[in-house]
Design a protein around this ligand. Structure first.
Ligand code: ATP
Length: 348
């Protein structure tokens, strides 16, 4: 069992607040992803769980025990960093074995444990190579094996894929997801990449400037973003957001009118996702010239210039047009998300 409770955790340096009142229970065996832009406090939150950073206040409870005053080595957590942290003079076998020696694990178990961990990340053939003789992806797998070999209760991973190329990132991502499932380890994973977050997480915590913006499953966060920050951070392309005003159930923005919206009269920010709008023959809510066309393979992404604003719409993969051609598309009221135009908070 490794439930992690973070009770009103704060991290301040002088008057600067790095993490502001983080309060969450991470379930045993959950895969939790901390997601947000650079500087939002994700790494600091994870380092406080690891014990590499003291919380200014709040309680960190792992497996029912308050660990604030425990050294990192006594917390039963294993960390994997983007920089791998391998010892260059040791070969792969000895790198993976290292935590067992430090922890004085029974030497008669070392060989079996190292071989089991290395097999899990498919490194069996490379056990006698030095880190310098490995590719970036192989080095990252050594770092993973070194975390696995300890059989910890908690994995903490800080952007472990960011040094890998796009293809390797996808395959290593799948491997991490599978390992965490197989090993039944509670995992806290830090990234600024929303696709990584969406594909790996049981739940995602979206952070901004030290504050939690929303906690939810990837689907909840995608379908019901709590505010315009989350709406524009999750999804590729980001949700279209248009400023305008509500009056009697009708939204009026620059070059757009949508009826049947359930939001109070007054200024509002209206959002919709590119894939929810539908190209129409004519007379859609937006009729505008194409600004750019991107062929994605399984679809065609159009960006149109609607008044002063660029809006994304997903079209069928066989859709063909030229930049400058005019298209029309419909935005049904039921696919719209209304946000308070001042606070950015979701309405209704
Ligand atoms: P990134 O994705 O760039 O790693 P992050 O979300 O992980 O960003 P943190 O590293 O947690 O962000 O940093 C949060 C904020 O705290 C940043 O504004 C950072 O500059 C600040 N910070 C981090 N460490 C210190 C420190 N030792 N002293 C003062 N401020 C710090």
């Amino acid at each position: 069992m490794a439930e992690i409770q973070l009770r009103n955790i704060n991290k301040r340096w002088g008057s600067f607040v790095g993490v502001d009142n983080f309060d969450l229970t991470i379930a045993d065996q959950e895969f939790l992803v901390l997601l947000g832009p650079s500087g939002c406090g994700k790494t600091t939150t994870m380092r406080m769980i690891a014990g590499l950073e003291d919380a200014t206040d709040g309680d960190i409870i792992i497996d029912g025990k308050r660990v604030n005053d425990l050294d990192p080595k006594d917390r039963d957590v294993a960390m994997v960093f983007q920089s791998y942290g391998l010892y260059p003079h040791l070969d792969v076998y000895e790198n993976i074995r290292f935590p067992l020696k430090v922890r004085k694990a029974d030497p008669s178990t070392h060989d079996e444990r190292v071989r089991r961990a290395s097999a899990m990340v498919e490194l069996d053939e490379f056990l006698h190579r030095k880190p310098a003789e490995l590719s970036g992806g192989q080095r990252q797998r050594v770092a993973l094996a070194r975390a696995i070999v300890r059989e910890p209760n908690v994995f903490l991973m800080d952007e472990p894929l960011s040094n890998l190329d796009a293809k390797l990132r996808v395959s290593t991502r799948a491997q991490i997801k599978n390992l965490s499932h197989e090993l039944k380890v509670t995992t806290v994973y830090v990234t600024h990449d929303q696709i990584e977050a969406m594909t790996l997480a049981d739940r995602v915590v979206v952070m901004k400037q030290g504050k939690v913006q929303q906690v939810g499953t990837p689907t909840e966060i995608y379908d019901n973003p709590a505010n315009t920050f989350v709406a524009s951070f999750i999804g590729s392309p980001a949700m279209n957001l248009m400023d305008g005003a509500m009056s009697g159930g009708t939204f009026t923005g620059d070059k757009v009118k949508i009826s049947g919206i359930n939001a109070p009269d007054g200024p509002v920010t209206m959002g919709f996702r590119a894939e929810d709008a539908a190209l129409a023959e004519a007379d859609g809510q937006i009729t505008a010239p194409i600004y750019t066309i991107e062929l994605l393979g399984d679809a065609t992404m159009l960006t149109v210039r609607a008044g002063g604003q660029l809006v994304s719409v997903k079209a069928h993969k066989e859709f063909r047009a030229e930049i400058g051609d005019t298209v029309s598309f419909s935005i049904p009221a039921e696919i719209c998300h209304a946000f308070d135009s001042t606070s950015g908070e979701r309405l209704g």
